[in-house]
Design a protein around this ligand. Structure first.
Ligand code: C2O
Ligand code: CU
Length: 463
């Protein structure tokens, strides 16, 4: 079978920055900048009996090119907006210079159709990251605008292969066209835009081959607007080595893996299934489970490796100071269907639910349904910050902080793994801690992108 894997290999092979000369001088992109264009295209998302699906994609494809860089290098792309609406690129999970963060109004003006914006920045951390628009994300992401950004360790782990698997959830019509009800209030006030067609790297039947006993690195990225995946492994023995790009101090056995929108899981897996069978990433759904990505196992490679999976080298993320001395803030999350939100303010004006819905808002952070003029917290660079979030809604949320990685403050006072996006269950209270060391204005929002558009968005300032 001729999978989209061929296209995938072409993009990972040819367009990585390594081929383009890793370090770019200064701020400007020079005379011959590398263009990354967002434009309409088509993709073979659905089975062959359907026509190709019209999408919007980086370089016209789904996914966009996989950008590969070595840790510490700089990358530069001239973003060209070939879309019929304004857009930007956000480099998700990168502890980036603020001006390059791609947030309309907060860090840059939106890039109008036909216009360009030069992104150029350094990659301080190795790991699995991704890029996507930050303007009308609820439409632009759903139409296919995303790609992987892989930052390689100075010394990459000893694996036979490295695969990026971008898992998406599309809402397709019977003709395999993207359903254009992006603004549906029902989605916005419930669990977000949940689709009916799952793809990996833009393919509904993503498949590959592997040899028994091979060791693979699999970089899973949830690029869906709102779907939470519950994943498992079949025919693999696996360890989680990184979450949201950041290495775990000790690799963890991969069992059932819950993955909220925007989260990443880096796995190192050994192929243990018999030759002739299939090893797969399995998605567990309410009505059963199925393989979202399958590897047909051919003959055996050498004997199975006996050396345990070792941790990836840590990234230079600063560790928090004493939590008792941290600067603190509270974030009350309210609203949504069945949430009992009576009203909220917008532009300083109190509004009832009806008025809010007319403005496309159904959620509130600290009683506000719009982006506040003042930050949730203003910290000076280097300060340890704690944010206590209280999810007083009937829905899970995927809370994402820009420009920083944080740790969850555990019940025993310890700290969880570094993350940039945290899944919170309905009614859950969770606290995060981090060193606010990156100057600038940084968003804090739900990554179920309909929720952030409908009120779940605030920001912090670091000076
Ligand atoms: Cu994936 Cu505000 O970001
Ligand atoms: Cu949410």
């Amino acid at each position: 079978r001729n999978f989209s894997r061929r296209g995938f290999l072409e993009t990972t092979g040819a367009l990585g920055l390594a081929a383009a000369g890793g370090s770019l001088p200064g701020r400007a992109l020079g005379a011959a900048p590398h263009i990354l264009e967002a434009r309409p295209g088509t993709a073979r998302l659905a089975p062959a009996e359907y026509r190709s699906t019209p999408i919007w994609g980086y370089e016209g494809g789904v996914p966009g090119p996989t950008l590969r860089v070595k840790q510490g290098e700089r990358i530069g792309r001239r973003f060209l907006n070939g879309l019929p609406q304004a857009s930007t690129i956000h480099w998700h999970g990168i502890r980036i210079a603020n001006a390059m963060d791609g947030v309309p109004e907060l860090t840059q003006a939106p890039v109008e159709p036909g216009a360009t914006f030069d992104y150029e920045f350094q990659l301080p951390d190795a790991g699995t990251y991704w890029y996507h628009p930050h303007n009308k994300t609820w439409e632009q992401l759903a139409r296919g605008l995303y790609g992987a950004l892989v930052v390689e360790e100075a010394e990459t782990p000893d694996v036979d292969r490295d695969e990026v698997l971008l898992i998406d959830d599309w809402r397709l019509t019977e003709k395999a066209e993207i359903a254009e009800n992006f603004g549906a209030m029902h989605d916005w006030s419930h669990g977000g835009r949940i689709g009916n067609w799952i793809t990996v790297n833009g393919d509904g039947y993503w498949a590959s081959t592997a040899k028994r006993n091979e060791r693979l690195r699999l970089r899973l990225v949830n690029v869906a607007n709102a779907r939470i995946f519950s994943l498992g492994l079949k025919g693999f023995d696996g360890w989680i080595v990184a979450l949201d790009g950041q290495p775990l101090a000790t690799p963890q056995r991969a069992g059932r893996m819950v993955m909220a929108p925007a989260q990443r899981i880096d796995l190192i897996v050994d192929v243990t299934g018999e030759a002739g069978s299939e090893a797969s990433i399995v998605s567990h759904e309410r009505n059963g489970s199925y393989a979202v990505a399958a590897f047909e196992i051919s003959e055996s490679a050498a004997a199975r490796r006996t050396e345990p999976v070792s941790p990836l080298p840590p990234n230079p993320v600063p560790e928090t100071g004493p939590l008792g001395k941290a600067r603190t803030a509270d974030l009350l999350m309210e609203g949504g269907a069945m949430g009992g939100l009576r009203g909220a303010t917008m532009g300083g004006r109190a509004m009832d639910m009806r008025g809010l819905v007319q403005k496309g808002k159904v959620w509130a952070f600290n009683g506000r349904a719009d982006m506040p003029e003042e930050p949730l917290i203003a910290a000076s660079a280097g300060e340890t910050v704690r944010i206590r979030m209280e999810n007083r809604t009937g829905w899970p949320h995927a809370m994402h902080l820009h420009g920083h990685h944080f740790r969850k403050v555990l019940e025993n006072g310890g700290l969880g793994a570094l993350r940039d996006t945290m899944l919170m269950q309905a009614e859950e209270v969770a606290e995060i801690a981090f060193v606010a060391d990156n100057p600038g204005n940084w968003l804090l929002h739900c990554h179920m992108v309909e929720h952030s558009a409908a009120g779940m968005m605030t920001w912090i300032r670091v000076t």
